[in-house]
Design a protein around this ligand. Sequence first.
Ligand code: SF4
Length: 313
Amino acid sequence: MSQEPDTLGLMGLTRPSSLSPSSISTFTSCPLSFRFAYIDRLPQPPSPWTVKGTLVHRALELLHNRPPSDRDLGAALADLATAGAELAGEPEMALLGLSAEEEAAFSADAEALVRRYFELEDPSTVRAIGLELKLRARLHDEPGAPELRGVIDRLELDAAGELVITDYKTGSVPREHNEQSRLTGVRLYALLCERVFGRRPARVQLLYLSEPVAIIATPSEQSVRGSARKATALWSAVERACDRDDFRPHPSRLCDFCAFRAYCPAFGGDPAAAEELRRAVAPAGPAPGAEPRPYALPEPSGAARPALPVAGA
Ligand code: SF4
Protein backbone atom coordinates (compact mmCIF):
# COMPACT_ATOMS: atom_id res chain seq x y z
CA MET A 1 0.00 0.00 0.00
CA SER A 2 2.96 2.29 0.44
CA GLN A 3 3.75 4.88 -2.18
CA GLU A 4 7.35 5.11 -3.24
CA PRO A 5 8.92 8.50 -2.61
CA ASP A 6 8.60 10.58 -5.74
CA THR A 7 11.93 12.19 -6.52
CA LEU A 8 11.27 15.16 -8.72
CA GLY A 9 13.47 17.22 -10.96
CA LEU A 10 16.65 19.01 -10.06
CA MET A 11 14.99 21.65 -7.88
CA GLY A 12 12.28 19.53 -6.26
CA LEU A 13 12.32 17.85 -2.89
CA THR A 14 11.46 14.22 -2.25
CA ARG A 15 7.80 14.15 -1.36
CA PRO A 16 6.64 12.41 1.77
CA SER A 17 4.92 9.11 1.06
CA SER A 18 2.16 9.56 3.62
CA LEU A 19 0.23 11.95 5.81
CA SER A 20 -0.99 11.61 9.36
CA PRO A 21 -3.22 13.73 11.59
CA SER A 22 0.00 15.01 13.23
CA SER A 23 1.77 15.89 10.00
CA ILE A 24 -1.36 17.56 8.62
CA SER A 25 -1.59 19.65 11.77
CA THR A 26 2.11 20.55 11.49
CA PHE A 27 1.84 21.64 7.85
CA THR A 28 -1.25 23.68 8.62
CA SER A 29 0.42 25.51 11.50
CA CYS A 30 3.90 25.97 9.92
CA PRO A 31 5.02 24.59 6.52
CA LEU A 32 8.72 25.06 7.40
CA SER A 33 8.33 23.02 10.56
CA PHE A 34 6.68 20.30 8.44
CA ARG A 35 9.67 20.29 6.12
CA PHE A 36 12.16 19.98 8.97
CA ALA A 37 10.18 17.22 10.72
CA TYR A 38 8.72 15.14 7.89
CA ILE A 39 10.96 15.72 4.86
CA ASP A 40 14.39 16.51 6.28
CA ARG A 41 13.68 14.21 9.21
CA LEU A 42 15.75 16.34 11.55
CA PRO A 43 16.04 14.73 14.96
CA GLN A 44 13.88 16.31 17.64
CA PRO A 45 15.17 16.19 21.19
CA PRO A 46 12.67 14.71 23.64
CA SER A 47 10.88 17.04 26.02
CA PRO A 48 9.52 16.23 29.48
CA TRP A 49 5.91 16.59 28.28
CA THR A 50 6.32 14.28 25.26
CA VAL A 51 8.13 11.62 27.32
CA LYS A 52 5.52 11.92 30.06
CA GLY A 53 2.87 11.38 27.41
CA THR A 54 4.64 8.23 26.22
CA LEU A 55 4.85 6.96 29.81
CA VAL A 56 1.17 7.53 30.61
CA HIS A 57 0.00 6.09 27.28
CA ARG A 58 2.01 2.94 27.94
CA ALA A 59 0.60 2.61 31.48
CA LEU A 60 -2.97 2.86 30.16
CA GLU A 61 -2.19 0.36 27.42
CA LEU A 62 -0.97 -2.11 30.05
CA LEU A 63 -4.07 -1.43 32.16
CA HIS A 64 -6.42 -2.24 29.30
CA ASN A 65 -4.50 -5.40 28.53
CA ARG A 66 -5.68 -6.70 31.91
CA PRO A 67 -8.99 -8.53 32.41
CA PRO A 68 -11.75 -5.92 33.01
CA SER A 69 -12.25 -6.84 36.67
CA ASP A 70 -8.56 -6.19 37.40
CA ARG A 71 -8.54 -2.64 36.05
CA ASP A 72 -8.54 -0.62 39.25
CA LEU A 73 -6.37 2.24 40.47
CA GLY A 74 -3.89 -0.06 42.20
CA ALA A 75 -3.36 -1.97 38.97
CA ALA A 76 -2.98 1.27 37.03
CA LEU A 77 -0.29 2.53 39.40
CA ALA A 78 1.51 -0.82 39.14
CA ASP A 79 1.32 -0.51 35.34
CA LEU A 80 2.70 3.01 35.58
CA ALA A 81 5.66 1.64 37.54
CA THR A 82 6.18 -1.04 34.88
CA ALA A 83 6.01 1.57 32.13
CA GLY A 84 8.49 3.72 34.06
CA ALA A 85 10.92 0.82 34.35
CA GLU A 86 10.66 0.20 30.60
CA LEU A 87 11.27 3.85 29.85
CA ALA A 88 14.22 4.13 32.23
CA GLY A 89 16.33 2.15 29.79
CA GLU A 90 15.39 4.26 26.76
CA PRO A 91 17.62 7.02 25.38
CA GLU A 92 14.77 9.54 25.34
CA MET A 93 14.58 9.41 29.14
CA ALA A 94 18.35 9.74 29.53
CA LEU A 95 18.38 12.67 27.08
CA LEU A 96 16.04 14.63 29.33
CA GLY A 97 18.87 14.85 31.84
CA LEU A 98 16.50 15.29 34.80
CA SER A 99 17.89 15.93 38.25
CA ALA A 100 16.62 13.73 41.10
CA GLU A 101 14.23 16.49 42.11
CA GLU A 102 12.96 16.97 38.56
CA GLU A 103 12.56 13.24 38.13
CA ALA A 104 10.43 13.06 41.29
CA ALA A 105 8.22 15.87 39.96
CA PHE A 106 8.02 14.12 36.57
CA SER A 107 6.85 10.88 38.24
CA ALA A 108 4.37 12.72 40.46
CA ASP A 109 2.86 14.47 37.40
CA ALA A 110 2.54 11.15 35.57
CA GLU A 111 0.83 9.58 38.58
CA ALA A 112 -1.58 12.51 38.85
CA LEU A 113 -2.55 12.01 35.19
CA VAL A 114 -3.22 8.31 35.76
CA ARG A 115 -5.29 9.07 38.87
CA ARG A 116 -7.36 11.65 36.98
CA TYR A 117 -8.03 9.13 34.22
CA PHE A 118 -10.27 7.29 36.72
CA GLU A 119 -12.40 10.42 37.05
CA LEU A 120 -13.23 10.20 33.35
CA GLU A 121 -14.31 6.60 33.03
CA ASP A 122 -14.46 3.22 34.74
CA PRO A 123 -11.93 1.12 32.81
CA SER A 124 -13.61 -2.13 33.89
CA THR A 125 -16.54 -1.25 31.59
CA VAL A 126 -14.38 -0.67 28.49
CA ARG A 127 -14.50 -3.34 25.77
CA ALA A 128 -11.23 -2.59 24.01
CA ILE A 129 -10.64 -4.46 20.75
CA GLY A 130 -7.40 -2.73 19.80
CA LEU A 131 -4.70 -0.85 21.71
CA GLU A 132 -2.05 1.39 20.14
CA LEU A 133 -3.51 0.35 16.82
CA LYS A 134 -1.35 1.34 13.85
CA LEU A 135 -3.55 1.96 10.82
CA ARG A 136 -2.79 3.01 7.27
CA ALA A 137 -4.96 3.40 4.20
CA ARG A 138 -5.17 5.39 0.99
CA LEU A 139 -6.78 8.77 1.53
CA HIS A 140 -9.15 8.08 -1.40
CA ASP A 141 -9.42 5.70 -4.33
CA GLU A 142 -8.15 8.02 -7.08
CA PRO A 143 -4.69 7.38 -8.60
CA GLY A 144 -1.90 9.19 -6.77
CA ALA A 145 -3.76 9.32 -3.46
CA PRO A 146 -1.36 9.59 -0.54
CA GLU A 147 -1.38 7.15 2.30
CA LEU A 148 -3.02 8.28 5.52
CA ARG A 149 -1.78 6.70 8.68
CA GLY A 150 -2.09 7.09 12.38
CA VAL A 151 -1.94 5.39 15.74
CA ILE A 152 -5.24 4.95 17.57
CA ASP A 153 -4.73 4.73 21.33
CA ARG A 154 -7.80 2.56 21.84
CA LEU A 155 -10.52 1.11 19.62
CA GLU A 156 -13.50 -0.33 21.44
CA LEU A 157 -17.10 -1.44 21.12
CA ASP A 158 -19.84 0.37 23.02
CA ALA A 159 -22.93 -1.31 24.51
CA ALA A 160 -24.65 -1.19 21.12
CA GLY A 161 -21.71 -2.82 19.36
CA GLU A 162 -20.68 0.43 17.68
CA LEU A 163 -17.03 1.38 17.22
CA VAL A 164 -15.56 4.06 19.49
CA ILE A 165 -12.10 5.60 19.14
CA THR A 166 -10.42 6.92 22.29
CA ASP A 167 -7.41 9.21 22.25
CA TYR A 168 -5.65 10.05 25.53
CA LYS A 169 -4.32 13.58 25.82
CA THR A 170 -1.76 14.48 28.45
CA GLY A 171 -1.46 18.14 27.46
CA SER A 172 -3.84 20.96 28.29
CA VAL A 173 -7.38 21.20 27.01
CA PRO A 174 -7.44 23.27 23.79
CA ARG A 175 -8.95 26.71 23.89
CA GLU A 176 -12.02 27.22 21.78
CA HIS A 177 -10.12 28.47 18.72
CA ASN A 178 -7.85 25.40 18.78
CA GLU A 179 -10.69 22.96 19.25
CA GLN A 180 -11.53 22.96 15.55
CA SER A 181 -8.04 21.72 14.67
CA ARG A 182 -8.41 18.98 17.29
CA LEU A 183 -11.70 17.97 15.71
CA THR A 184 -10.04 17.87 12.29
CA GLY A 185 -7.71 15.23 13.71
CA VAL A 186 -10.69 13.39 15.19
CA ARG A 187 -12.41 13.23 11.82
CA LEU A 188 -9.22 11.97 10.18
CA TYR A 189 -9.07 9.13 12.70
CA ALA A 190 -12.70 8.36 11.86
CA LEU A 191 -11.85 8.38 8.15
CA LEU A 192 -8.90 6.09 8.73
CA CYS A 193 -11.06 3.66 10.69
CA GLU A 194 -13.69 3.70 7.96
CA ARG A 195 -11.13 3.14 5.19
CA VAL A 196 -9.45 0.25 7.01
CA PHE A 197 -12.43 -1.54 8.58
CA GLY A 198 -15.29 -0.37 6.36
CA ARG A 199 -17.16 1.12 9.36
CA ARG A 200 -17.30 4.68 10.57
CA PRO A 201 -16.97 4.93 14.36
CA ALA A 202 -20.03 6.14 16.23
CA ARG A 203 -17.89 8.34 18.47
CA VAL A 204 -14.39 9.65 18.89
CA GLN A 205 -13.48 10.73 22.41
CA LEU A 206 -10.51 12.79 23.45
CA LEU A 207 -9.74 12.20 27.13
CA TYR A 208 -7.76 15.14 28.52
CA LEU A 209 -6.23 13.71 31.66
CA SER A 210 -4.83 17.00 32.94
CA GLU A 211 -8.23 18.51 33.86
CA PRO A 212 -9.83 15.94 33.47
CA VAL A 213 -12.15 16.70 30.53
CA ALA A 214 -13.61 14.51 27.78
CA ILE A 215 -14.36 15.98 24.36
CA ILE A 216 -16.67 13.67 22.47
CA ALA A 217 -17.36 14.01 18.76
CA THR A 218 -19.84 12.13 16.61
CA PRO A 219 -18.37 11.86 13.11
CA SER A 220 -20.97 12.15 10.36
CA GLU A 221 -20.74 11.08 6.74
CA GLN A 222 -20.56 14.75 5.81
CA SER A 223 -17.86 15.71 8.33
CA VAL A 224 -15.66 12.75 7.44
CA ARG A 225 -15.99 13.39 3.71
CA GLY A 226 -15.20 17.06 4.33
CA SER A 227 -12.04 16.11 6.19
CA ALA A 228 -11.01 13.81 3.35
CA ARG A 229 -11.43 16.71 0.89
CA LYS A 230 -9.40 19.05 3.11
CA ALA A 231 -6.64 16.46 3.52
CA THR A 232 -6.57 15.96 -0.27
CA ALA A 233 -6.23 19.71 -0.80
CA LEU A 234 -3.49 19.87 1.81
CA TRP A 235 -1.66 17.03 0.06
CA SER A 236 -1.74 19.09 -3.16
CA ALA A 237 -0.23 22.00 -1.23
CA VAL A 238 2.52 19.72 0.10
CA GLU A 239 3.26 18.51 -3.43
CA ARG A 240 3.48 22.09 -4.72
CA ALA A 241 5.74 23.10 -1.84
CA CYS A 242 8.02 20.15 -2.58
CA ASP A 243 8.08 20.89 -6.31
CA ARG A 244 9.10 24.50 -5.63
CA ASP A 245 11.14 23.80 -2.53
CA ASP A 246 9.02 26.47 -0.88
CA PHE A 247 8.21 25.84 2.77
CA ARG A 248 7.73 29.13 4.60
CA PRO A 249 7.93 29.78 8.31
CA HIS A 250 4.69 30.73 10.01
CA PRO A 251 5.55 32.09 13.44
CA SER A 252 3.00 31.56 16.18
CA ARG A 253 2.81 30.63 19.85
CA LEU A 254 3.89 27.14 18.79
CA CYS A 255 7.40 28.51 18.10
CA ASP A 256 7.98 28.35 21.88
CA PHE A 257 7.88 24.56 21.61
CA CYS A 258 9.58 24.19 18.20
CA ALA A 259 12.75 22.10 18.09
CA PHE A 260 13.89 23.84 14.89
CA ARG A 261 14.20 27.46 15.98
CA ALA A 262 17.99 27.35 15.50
CA TYR A 263 17.40 26.75 11.76
CA CYS A 264 14.40 29.02 11.35
CA PRO A 265 14.91 32.34 9.51
CA ALA A 266 12.06 33.84 11.55
CA PHE A 267 14.43 33.58 14.54
CA GLY A 268 17.66 34.46 12.72
CA GLY A 269 18.49 30.83 11.97
CA ASP A 270 19.92 29.46 8.77
CA PRO A 271 18.04 26.60 7.03
CA ALA A 272 21.32 25.72 5.29
CA ALA A 273 22.63 24.49 8.64
CA ALA A 274 19.64 22.15 8.78
CA GLU A 275 20.58 20.87 5.33
CA GLU A 276 23.99 19.84 6.67
CA LEU A 277 22.36 18.06 9.60
CA ARG A 278 19.93 16.37 7.23
CA ARG A 279 22.77 15.01 5.14
CA ALA A 280 24.43 13.72 8.29
CA VAL A 281 21.34 11.81 9.51
CA ALA A 282 19.74 10.87 6.17
CA PRO A 283 21.56 7.55 5.56
CA ALA A 284 20.19 6.06 8.77
CA GLY A 285 16.87 7.87 8.82
CA PRO A 286 13.43 6.63 7.79
CA ALA A 287 11.76 7.69 4.56
CA PRO A 288 10.28 11.17 4.27
CA GLY A 289 6.82 11.36 5.78
CA ALA A 290 7.49 8.86 8.55
CA GLU A 291 6.29 10.00 11.94
CA PRO A 292 8.88 11.62 14.18
CA ARG A 293 7.19 10.17 17.25
CA PRO A 294 8.61 7.07 18.93
CA TYR A 295 5.91 4.66 17.67
CA ALA A 296 7.24 2.40 14.91
CA LEU A 297 4.70 1.84 12.17
CA PRO A 298 4.72 -1.59 10.52
CA GLU A 299 5.82 -2.13 6.96
CA PRO A 300 2.92 -2.06 4.50
CA SER A 301 1.40 -5.49 4.18
CA GLY A 302 -0.33 -4.97 0.83
CA ALA A 303 -3.14 -7.05 2.31
CA ALA A 304 -6.83 -6.50 1.65
CA ARG A 305 -9.03 -4.82 4.26
CA PRO A 306 -8.45 -6.56 7.58
CA ALA A 307 -11.22 -7.86 9.77
CA LEU A 308 -12.00 -5.93 12.92
CA PRO A 309 -9.96 -7.14 15.86
CA VAL A 310 -11.78 -9.69 17.99
CA ALA A 311 -13.39 -8.33 21.16
CA GLY A 312 -11.98 -9.43 24.49
CA ALA A 313 -8.57 -7.79 24.56
S1 SF4 B 1 10.28 28.36 15.00
FE1 SF4 B 1 8.11 28.79 14.47
S2 SF4 B 1 8.16 29.62 12.40
FE2 SF4 B 1 10.14 28.63 12.76
S3 SF4 B 1 9.93 26.53 11.96
FE3 SF4 B 1 9.42 26.46 14.15
S4 SF4 B 1 7.18 26.73 14.25
FE4 SF4 B 1 7.87 27.42 12.20
